[in-house]
Design a protein around this ligand. Structure first.
Ligand code: NAG
Ligand code: NAG
Ligand code: NAG
Ligand code: NAG
Ligand code: NAG
Ligand code: NAG
Ligand code: NAG
Length: 347
């Protein structure tokens, strides 16, 4: 027999739940919680707002419902401790502490880092709520454009709300290329990022946030995402085609990757047609060159040559069946993907 009778146990449980709710109310509503919104893969700094730490400060960072300590500074002892092993190691190699201010920097964020963070300085507590936006939740829209032309990427927002922040990001590393802050009313275009490949080419509609890229080059081929303050709204896969290459039936055509040489960790793929069928691949890490002879009813059989230094593709003895779109996809953000239109004309 337990100490409490069944009804008492229930009542006790209710009381505990009530207390937890009140505590939660207190935790969530009466203490100011700073909302921080980031995207998977990003880094974020949770600011202590201290300019310096005093000698008697002990600073602790905690995470989650159980308030697990993940990092700690004991200023008296000049000791910074990061607890890599707690919570199944989800923070391993991802935490940095600023030894001047005690601010916490979390790198390469995943959805596992979504949640509440608490900073305790002596007896004062600051709370943060980190909201991690997932990258994969939105369907990708493919957009194709010819080199030199302009392309508009529609935000699908009829009007921006007053508190909206809109960001446009490019490529695997999600580099911010343009941003609109509705309050204060400010449009920022990041001309210098990515070696200036978007310089003087971006226009933003200050009502809807839609983005126009003018005078496109093949370097603009890649994934472009639109983020608002709370979510990823749109994902575009932009293909900028090199002006079409014409070739006489029976002749060869070379599609130039414009790489001087491939690095040891590069993987590239050549794809053909509306279905983006893989026809050839170079996988440097596995030291493998593959030509897919059997795809598309064998129309490329014995006709493809891949240059193993540059990744350029040559199609020999062309027929009208080789007429169409060719895409070169590259694994690393360092390289930009390319697209070609080949038209094969008869004798
Ligand atoms: C901080 O370090 C000092 C010196 O090692 C030690 O006396 C003190 O207990 C530590 N404080 C905490 C909270 O760990
Ligand atoms: C703080 O960090 C900087 C750079 O990481 C380092 O040079 C410096 O020695 C550190 N200071 C203390 C007190 O640990
Ligand atoms: C980021 O974390 C993922 C796993 O969550 C890992 O696969 C990836 O290599 C990490 N990236 C960097 C740059 O550390
Ligand atoms: C928004 O754009 C329009 C037309 O380009 C311009 O007249 C207006 O001044 C802009 N408003 C702001 C706040 O920049
Ligand atoms: C378009 O960009 C190319 C370089 O990529 C430049 O040479 C050309 O002058 C630009 N054209 C216009 C109209 O801005
Ligand atoms: C690359 O091509 C050259 C000439 O075609 C050949 O000699 C060399 O073995 C190839 N290298 C690899 C890794 O396939
Ligand atoms: C070119 O392809 C045609 C069939 O499409 C074939 O009859 C011919 O022999 C090929 N020529 C060469 C030189 O391979």
């Amino acid at each position: 027999m337990g100490f409490f009778s069944e009804p008492m146990k229930k009542m006790f449980l209710k009381l505990v739940l009530l207390c937890l709710c009140l505590w939660r109310l207190d935790g969530v509503f009466s203490v100011a919680v700073k909302l921080v919104s980031v995207m998977e893969g990003d880094s974020v700094s949770l600011n202590s707002d201290l300019t310096e730490m005093k000698d008697d400060d002990v600073i602790q960072w905690r995470f989650g419902d159980e308030n697990t300590v993940i990092a700690e500074i004991n200023v008296t002892a000049y000791r910074i401790t990061v607890y890599d092993d707690v919570l199944d190691g989800r923070f391993r190699d991802r935490l940095k502490l600023d030894n001047q201010t005690g601010s916490l920097i979390i790198t390469n964020i995943t959805t596992e880092h979504d949640g509440g963070y608490q900073l305790q300085i002596n007896s004062a507590i600051k709370s943060f709520d980190l909201y991690v936006r997932r990258v994969i939740s939105v369907a990708v829209k493919s957009v194709s454009v010819m080199e030199g032309d302009s392309v508009s990427l529609n935000s699908d927002l009829t009007e921006m709300k007053d508190d909206d922040v809109i960001q446009w990001r490019f490529g695997d590393e999600n580099t911010v290329i343009a941003k609109i802050n509705k309050w204060p009313d400010r449009i920022t275009v990041y001309d210098d990022v990515l070696d200036g490949r978007f310089r003087d080419r971006l226009k933003l509609d200050n009502q809807t946030g839609s983005l126009t890229i003018t005078n496109t080059t093949t370097e603009h081929t890649g994934d472009i995402k639109l983020l608002t303050s709370s979510e990823i709204r749109e994902r575009f896969r932009l293909f900028v085609f090199v002006k079409s290459v014409s070739v006489k039936e029976g002749d060869s055509v070379s599609l130039n990757s414009r790489l001087t040489e491939m690095k040891d960790d590069d993987v590239i793929e050549w794809r053909f047609g509306d279905e983006n069928t893989v026809i050839a691949e170079i996988n440097k890490p596995n030291d493998r060159i593959t030509v897919y002879d059997d795809v598309l009813d064998g129309r490329f059989r014995d006709r493809l040559k891949l240059n193993n230094q540059t990744g350029s593709l040559t199609i020999t003895n062309t027929t009208t069946e080789h007429d169409g779109d060719y895409k070169l996809l590259m694994s690393t953000a360092r390289l930009s993907s390319k697209s070609f239109i080949v038209s094969v004309y008869g004798e």
